[in-house]
Design a binder for this molecule. Structure first.
Ligand code: SF4
Length: 273
């Protein structure tokens, strides 16, 4: 059972620390998608919640509208520590209302989600001068998605959403992330999505020490055969696995002419046009 509260905030905007974006908007605190590897769980500490991550959701309210002069042609990302299309967005429509304001501000909007609910706002995306919708996939296997990202849309729903967005002329991206060593079937993700995707990013399963125990327990329970490898990578911090994987992805994407950026390994690399 999720506990939901409404919390007043002075602004929805945060200055972005993520390269490529000017501002980030997180309309909610918390995320019911409950990904086992969620890096945003540290938000619990700031929000004062005793509930487990995924069991609470704060709905932000702000009476002050976004300022067009401040946001004109800036790059605004939704979202970094929540999913702007969590299931409760259907009811609260915070993201939808913010997008309407961002159209008026003529901001460049980048959406990162794991939910097909994003399709509800297709009418708004088509009114934007620039809009990109990115989905993240850790696997093309929905059985794994159910284990690792139980609240997110199914693989099939996400692929359908990408296709619909692409056919409507919206720019789309796929973040192949986080890559679970020996589990994430990245070639299958490319095969499923390639016809509908403008660009790809790849990122590793980058566990902060605070989350290592949780993810290692998940691997131990569901994929015990990979525990020695995960131990080498995460506890002994061996980097050769990521370097080899980075080289494989670069080769594959270069040969298939798939625009891809790799955010791990010895250096950030790019392949494709
Ligand atoms: S969708 Fe993102 S913010 Fe939500 S639980 Fe998953 S990783 Fe965390």
């Amino acid at each position: 059972m999720i506990s939901i509260a409404t919390i007043p905030v002075k602004t929805y905007l945060s200055k972005s620390k993520i390269p490529g974006f000017d501002y980030v908007i997180n309309p909610y605190v918390g995320c019911p998608h409950k990904c086992v590897y969620c890096y945003a769980e540290y938000m619990r500490k700031f929000s004062g919640h005793a509930e487990a991550w995924g069991d609470f959701l704060d709905v932000k309210t702000c009476p002050v509208p976004l300022r067009p002069a401040k946001l004109f042609r800036t790059r605004v990302m939704l979202s970094s520590v929540t999913d702007p299309y969590n299931p409760y967005e259907k009811q609260y429509e915070l993201t939808r209302n913010l997008l309407k304001q961002l159209i008026f501000c003529q901001a460049r909007v980048y959406i990162l989600t794991k939910s097909a609910l994003v399709l509800r706002d297709l009418d708004l995306f088509t009114q934007m001068q620039h809009c990109e919708v990115a989905f993240s996939f850790s696997s093309a296997d929905d059985a794994f998605r159910r284990l690792a990202e139980s609240g997110a849309s199914s693989v099939e729903e996400k692929v359908h959403a990408l296709k619909t967005l692409h056919e409507a002329g919206i720019q789309t991206a796929v973040m192949v992330a986080p890559l679970f060593p020996e589990i994430s079937d990245w070639r299958a993700i490319l095969d499923l999505t390639h016809p509908y995707v403008t660009r790809y990013g790849f990122d590793s399963l980058n566990m902060r020490p605070a989350y290592q125990r949780k993810v290692m327990a998940f691997i131990g329970q569901h994929f015990p055969q990979f525990l020695p490898l995960y131990s080498d990578i995460y506890l002994k911090e061996k980097t050769d696995y990521w370097q080899a994987l980075s080289a494989q992805i670069t080769d594959y994407c270069t040969q298939a002419n798939i625009p891809a950026e790799i955010y791990f390994g010895s250096s950030r690399s790019y392949s494709g046009d």
